[in-house]
Ligand binder design. Structure first.
Ligand code: FES
Ligand code: FES
Length: 165
């Protein structure tokens, strides 16, 4: 099968790649780009383990053709570095026992960060709803939801304190 040339910006770095039209982005990230923090579970868009950001929005990399992402800006779990929300979420996941095997965790963190960023006033029910597309076979979700809600609440308090100064 003939290969096509694509250019991606991945975690801030321009990358030029040759891919087959059928290649999924998850496989390109994990294979040639060696970004194995993106996990692959169901491989058909159901579990959310492979969630990354494409052009700033969460997306399932197991059902995104790499060829159709030509020119896109990609951020994987490795690319969040010192992002303030991600740092708070990592700490909260540890504190709230929000992972066991960790297989779902990269996808949970990417989606959880997006929820915290987009919905600063979300309550527990809304967080549950927003996270319902990410599956975890270990923890039973309580710790995951608790962790995300705790970050939202802490940021809300910080906002209020800032407004009162
Ligand atoms: S591996 Fe992509 S959604 Fe499950
Ligand atoms: S922690 Fe094991 S699948 Fe979620």
């Amino acid at each position: 099968m003939s290969r096509i040339d694509i250019t991606l910006t991945v975690n801030g770095e321009p990358r030029e790649l040759k891919v087959e039209p059928r290649d999924q982005l998850a496989d390109v990230l994990r294979g040639p780009l060696m970004l194995t923090g993106t996990h692959v579970g169901c491989e058909h868009g159901v579990c959310g383990a492979c969630t990354i950001e494409i052009d700033g929005a969460p997306a399932r990399s197991c059902i995104a053709h790499a060829g159709s992402c030509d020119g896109a800006t990609i951020r994987t779990i490795e690319g969040f570095g010192d992002d303030e929300i991600m740092r708070a979420l990592r700490e909260a996941f540890t504190r709230e026992h929000a992972l066991q095997c960790g297989y779902c965790t990269p996808g949970m963190l990417v989606v959880g960060r997006d929820v915290v960023r987009r919905l600063p006033d979300a309550d527990e029910a809304r967080v549950r709803e927003e996270m319902s597309g990410n599956l975890c076979r270990c923890t039973g979700y309580r710790g995951i939801v608790r962790a995300i809600v705790s970050v939202i609440v802490a940021r809300r308090h910080a906002r209020r304190e800032g407004a009162c100064r």
